[in-house]
Structure formats: structure tokens, C-alpha cells
Design a protein around this ligand. Structure first.
Ligand SMILES: [Zn+2]
Length: 553
């Protein structure tokens, strides 16, 4: 007969001797976030409750006992929100060029959307690879000289292997499709070439791309006419993937550019998304109201129209875009700028242009250059550079573009704070930082501050009362997830991916500015990416739990 007493005794003894790890095995959840003010992404008011995470999922909401969690995070007084989705970035090459910066997750960003403004890291096929590299270098990203991928799927595999802080979701750049067929040629593609472009897009969409982006102010998108764009957009529209526009103009021709984008999406039967919605240059600021009217009229007629914006009054782009179109689009422009014998004629032409369309030279500041000898110019305005060199601003502009072979980018201080606030107040506008070259010497502060800056606009002492908090969180979570078609992200809900941010509403604040662009924000306490803490008590620790998301998953 077994000795039950001794069996019982040894069981008690065994339990007492269990290692903490073994005891932890008995817990139900990996993490319990206790007593947080939870904004689920939809709600305007928070609910004080607990969140349980197991593996990569949110598994339970409500009142939970502390004992059930392997790790319990006391979140009294903190807000819990779905991880922020940065709908507009140019981080496509960051994991290769600037790994483990942490600048995005430190803002609470858990998903970065890349492939914007007509340029993506994939697909890159055959002879045109160098053209894509050129586009990125002009924007200040010194991309690897040899890319180890061609297709969209291969890029996804490579980047995931490299290790991602946050999830990545990518659009396909129309520039990639076009240059795969006709390089940077200014001509129209033939019908057969358009078919090839559509085929390349279809493959990438089948491999998980979320939509197509156009960069109509840039090379080579600037060469494309409406008919070509409708055809490409139609392909995306077949599965309701958005057509995302960096429009032809954001200043003088802003209204016409919005009209064009609406017409293209309507003809193509595709959802329309407008990137970095703004009005550049003082004389164009009032035009934003006509833009809102156009968008809202199209919406009322059944077209899906959304937009994104960043909370800064300066934009950034390659310096060459301020040139007159005929010069910017000239395939021989680098040689032309370097040729001293042609310099006089070029200067004359430019002087005439800027007399007719004046530019504020002190409002254009150099962001990135490629030549080390010009590094001290970063952060200086064209006006300041001209004064240092004893030249006119137009001479300094030409000299700099020639020396840098156009691989120079700039900040443009041309927007109004009031217009920016009006844009951000629209319920169809999601937040997108438009960040690029985040690890460079002088990045735009939006690379380090966008999301805390949005939150810091809300009244700190009214988190349970003022709708600003819930609305802002919605613009950074559920709204971008919906625009993109992300199925199980952007919301705090059982079964959803455990992408979460915990922040202190009393202290959350961006710290980055143009003088100090890499300053880390304060108040972001915890960030979970796919159930793993990447930021713990305000400290960033790379764990590479980010995934390359595909539209099918
Ligand atoms: Zn853009």
C-alpha cells in the first residue's frame, strides 16, 4: 500500500524547491499591465483596466489578479495605447544603414510604413538599380552599393533577417516600376511598358505590398502623365489597395494637384491617400480650405480619401527640387552644373527664374550633404552659405549642387502653424513623420519627436475628459491601420498583436528641435512590439521583435 503521507510530503517539498523559472511556468500570462488608462484606439474616453499579454498577442482585458502574470507592470497613472503606426516614413534602408537607432520605438512607434513618395527599396530589377540608388542618395541616404535583393519578397526577407525594432509595412514606389522599364527617361512609357509596370506591381502586391505610392514632384514621377498613373493605380485598386500620392505640387498648383489625384483615383476605382498634406509658401496657405472642400466633396460622393501629416512647419526634400522643372528634369544636369564654361548662362537663367518666382533663401537650410568637406554646411541656410562664400544665393546654390553632384537635401521652412493645426484636426488625417536619414548628422527633428509632439498638444491634466487624447491616439493607430488594411493591429483588443505603448500623460513631450534634432522624448515608458518590450522603463533595448508585415498576414 503506498504511503500517501510521504507522497504528499515529497510533493510539498518539490514545490518548495521549484526554481523561480519553474514556478513562473504556472503563470497564465507573460505580462500583466495593471491599472492603466486604456485607450483602445477607437474610444475618446479611457477605461482603467488591466491588459494581459501572452506570446505575441493581447489575450485579456479587464480586472486581472497580479498572481497570473510572469511579469506585472504597475501602470497606475499611465496611458496604455495601441502601438503607434507611422504611416509615412522613408526608413526603407535604415536597418542596413543605421541599425539599432531606437529613435522610432522611443516615440512609441511599433509599425513603420515605408515605400512612400514613389520610391521603395523593392522591387529593384536589372539595369536600373543604380537609378534607384541615385534617388535615395539625393535625399541623403547613402544606401549600400550592392543590394542583395531584387523582388519585394526578397527585400522583406533580407530586412527581417537584419533585425527590425518595429514592424515594417511597405508600399511599392511607382518610380521603381517606371525606371525598371525606361530608367530615368522623360518620355511616356509605351502601352507594353505600362503592362510590364503593372505586372511588376501585381507581383509585389501578391508578395505583400500594401499599395502603390507616387512621387510626382520627383524624378522620374514628374514625367508621368495622368493616363499612365490611372493605369498603375487601377492595378492597386483591384484589391482595394490605396494609391498614395506625393502630389505634383504643394504650393502654387496645390489645388490642381489635389484635383488630379482625385480624378486618377476615381477613374482607377481605388482608395486615395494624400501624403504630407500641407500648403507651402505664405501666398498658398489660404488654399488649404479649397483642398478640404475638394476632399470632403469626393468623400461624400463615395471615394475613399485619406491623408497624413506631421506636426512641423518645415518640410525636407532634396535641394534640387527648388530648381525650375526644365533644369531639374534635365538628365544631363550634373554635367551642366559642373561645366564652368556654361555657368554664366545657367546663372542668368536661374536669376531670371527666381526674380519671377522669389524664394526665401534664409528659409532653406541644408540638411545632408555627401562630401565630408561640406559637413560644416549642414544646418546652415543658403543665405548664410552665400554670405560665407562671398557669393549671391543663386551662385551658392549652383556651386553646392555642382560640388555635391545633387546629393544634397534641405529643410524648407515654408508652412504655417495654423494651417498645420487645421490639417491635423481633420478626422481623415493620420500621423506620418515623413522621417528620412534618421542617423545622419542633421536629421529633421520629426525623426525623433513626431509622436510625443502630437500627444504633448493635449491638455495634461484632462486625460479622462478632453477628447484630444483619444482622437490623437486614433489618428496614430486605428486610422492608419484601416487605411493600410492591417488586420490585427492598431487596436487594444483580445486576439490583436501585442503592439502597445505606455506613456505618462503628465510628462510626455518631444525634445528634438532643429538645433538638437536627436534629443530623445520624455514620458514614453514602455513599448511592446509583438509582445516583447523594446522600451522598458524609458530605456531602449534592441530585441528585434519587429516583423516585415505583408498584406495577406
Ligand atoms: Zn513625399
Amino acid at each position: 500500500m503506498p504511503n500517501y503521507f510521504s507522497i504528499l510530503l515529497s510533493l510539498v517539498f518539490l514545490t518548495a524547491c521549484m526554481t523561480p523559472e519553474a514556478r513562473a511556468q504556472e503563470k497564465t500570462y507573460d505580462y500583466i499591465i495593471k491599472d492603466a488608462l486604456v485607450f483602445d484606439g477607437e474610444s475618446v474616453q479611457p477605461i482603467k483596466q488591466d491588459i494581459a499579454i501572452t506570446g505575441n498577442r493581447i489575450v485579456q482585458l479587464g480586472q486581472l489578479t497580479r498572481e497570473e502574470g510572469r511579469e506585472v507592470i504597475e501602470a497606475e497613472g499611465l496611458v496604455a495605447a495601441p502601438g503607434f503606426i507611422d504611416l509615412h516614413t522613408h526608413s526603407d534602408f535604415n536597418p542596413f544603414v543605421y541599425p539599432d537607432l531606437g529613435n522610432k520605438v522611443l516615440q512609441g512607434v511599433t509599425t513603420e510604413v515605408v515605400g512612400n513618395c514613389g520610391m521603395s527599396a523593392a522591387p529593384v530589377t536589372g539595369a536600373h538599380k543604380e537609378h534607384i540608388a541615385e534617388v535615395w542618395r539625393r535625399e541623403g541616404v547613402q544606401i549600400p552599393s550592392k543590394l542583395s535583393w531584387e523582388s519585394f519578397q526578397e527585400y522583406g526577407e533580407e530586412i527581417e533577417l537584419k533585425g527590425l525594432d518595429a514592424n515594417f509595412a511597405s508600399l511599392v514606389g511607382h518610380g521603381n516600376l517606371r525606371s525598371a522599364q525606361i530608367a530615368m527617361n522623360p518620355r511616356d512609357p509605351t502601352p507594353d511598358e505600362v503592362e510590364e509596370m503593372k505586372k511588376l506591381l501585381r507581383e509585389a502586391l501578391d508578395e505583400g505590398a500594401f499599395g502603390v505610392s507616387f512621387g510626382l514632384a520627383y524624378l522620374p514621377g514628374t514625367f508621368s502623365k495622368k493616363e499612365e498613373l490611372v493605369e498603375i493605380c487601377r492595378e492597386a485598386g483591384l484589391k482595394k489597395n490605396p494609391c498614395v500620392f506625393h502630389m505634383r505640387s504643394e504650393s502654387k498648383q496645390l489645388v490642381e494637384a489635389v484635383q488630379e489625384a482625385i480624378e486618377i483615383a476615381r477613374e482607377a476605382n481605388a482608395p486615395l491617400h494624400i501624403s504630407h498634406l500641407k500648403a507651402s509658401s505664405r501666398s498658398n496657405w489660404p488654399k488649404i480650405h479649397e483642398v478640404f472642400n475638394l476632399i470632403e466633396k469626393a468623400q461624400s460622393e463615395g471615394l475613399v480619401v485619406t491623408a497624413d501629416a506631421y506636426p512641423y512647419t518645415a518640410g525636407a526634400a532634396e535641394l534640387g527640387v527648388i530648381l525650375p522643372n526644365a533644369i531639374y528634369q534635365d538628365p544631363g544636369r550634373v554635367a551642366r552644373f559642373k561645366d564652368l564654361t556654361k555657368r554664366k548662362k545657367l546663372l542668368r537663367e536661374l536669376r531670371r527664374h527666381y526674380e519671377a518666382s522669389p524664394v526665401s533663401w534664409d528659409a532653406i537650410k541644408i540638411a545632408t550633404v555627401a562630401q565630408p568637406k561640406n559637413f560644416p554646411l549642414q544646418g546652415k541656410s543658403i543665405q548664410q552659405i552665400a554670405e560665407t562664400w562671398g557669393k549671391t544665393p543663386v551662385e551658392a546654390l549652383v556651386e553646392l549642387l555642382a560640388e555635391e553632384e545633387f546629393q544634397v537635401s534641405a529643410f524648407y521652412f515654408s508652412q504655417s502653424e495654423a494651417v498645420m493645426e487645421e490639417v491635423l484636426s481633420k478626422p481623415y488625417v493620420a500621423i506620418g513623420s515623413d522621417s528620412i536619414a534618421d542617423g545622419s548628422a542633421s536629421p529633421h527633428p520629426r525623426s525623433y519627436g513626431t509622436f510625443p509632439k502630437i500627444l504633448a498638444r493635449c491638455p495634461k491634466d484632462a486625460v479622462t475628459r478632453d477628447p484630444c487624447w483619444g482622437r490623437s491616439i486614433h489618428q496614430m493607430t486605428v486610422l492608419p491601420a484601416r487605411i493600410l488594411g492591417l488586420k490585427d493591429r492598431g487596436k487594444i483588443y483580445p486576439g490583436f498583436s501585442a503592439d502597445l505603448v505606455l506613456f505618462d500623460p503628465a510628462t510626455v513631450q518631444d525634445k528634438a528641435d532643429y538645433a538638437n534634432p536627436k534629443a530623445q522624448p520624455v514620458g514614453i515608458q514602455w513599448v511592446f512590439v509583438n509582445g516583447k518590450p523594446v522600451v522598458r522603463n524609458g530605456k531602449y533595448k534592441p530585441v528585434h521583435s519587429g516583423l516585415f508585415l505583408t498584406s495577406q498576414k
